[in-house]
Design a protein around this ligand. Structure first.
Ligand SMILES: [Zn+2]
Length: 214
């Protein structure tokens, strides 16, 4: 069990043997366990949830990932940061958001998913594209392996197309964690493909297609 897993579990109100084992071996997590437990109790009362500020959200994320255990007012000694109830409620609300963001990294199920394959220019590349219908249009997430980073002076560009009408959905340099939003519905632009583009003045798709849904 990692520290992150321990902290999220504690915030969710869990109490397992694996957690006891971790806390026994990890001084950092053992130290903040009372705070985590107190926050988890508040979290159990949905009537106390409220919109957190971005600052609180960041603070709780820092608490979870341990990157900045004593964030907050730098003039305040850590020992005095034991939050009064009101602050604890606000932190709890932020934790709700953080935990939701944490457990929901994949978000809701996609509205569609389509395979995308590498062309002769990227024969080792393959994967899939998932899409969500959103108010802004269509949000897509690429899950592709085997595509080399764009060479210097170039970038990859995502296109939604219907016949010869091409909408750019954005650009990227490496295919890791690529998400994009295009202002159109996929049913109107069924083909999704990726080109390698030189950084030049030509805004139309190059002939160098590297990935295509066909
Ligand atoms: Zn730990």
């Amino acid at each position: 069990m990692t520290c992150e897993e321990y902290r999220v579990s504690a915030l969710e109100g869990r109490d397992t043997a694996a957690m006891h084992e971790h806390a026994a071996a990890c001084a950092d997590c053992a130290r903040i366990t009372p705070d985590l437990r107190a926050t988890a109790t508040v979290l159990a009362d949905r009537t106390l949830w409220e919109e957190p500020s971005p600052e609180l959200d960041a603070r709780v994320m820092a608490l979870i990932d341990g990157s900045a255990p004593h964030t907050g007012d730098p003039a305040t000694p850590p020992r005095r940061r034991r939050a009064p109830i009101a602050a604890a409620v606000a932190v709890a609300a932020a934790v709700v958001v953080a935990v939701i963001a944490w457990s929901g990294l994949a978000g809701p199920a996609p509205d569609w998913e389509v395979a995308i394959v590498g062309t002769d220019l990227a024969p080792d590349a393959s994967g899939s594209v998932r899409g969500w219908n959103v108010d802004a249009g269509t949000r897509v997430e690429f899950d592709v392996d085997g595509l080399d980073p764009a060479p210097p002076g170039h970038f990859y560009e995502i296109w939604f197309s219907r016949d010869r009408v091409h909408l750019s959905a954005g650009t990227f340099l490496t295919v890791d964690d690529v998400t994009a939003t295009v202002g159109a519905a996929r049913r109107d632009f069924p083909r999704i493909w990726v080109t390698l583009e030189p950084a030049d003045e030509d805004e139309s798709p190059s002939r160098h297609t590297v990935l295509d849904t066909g």
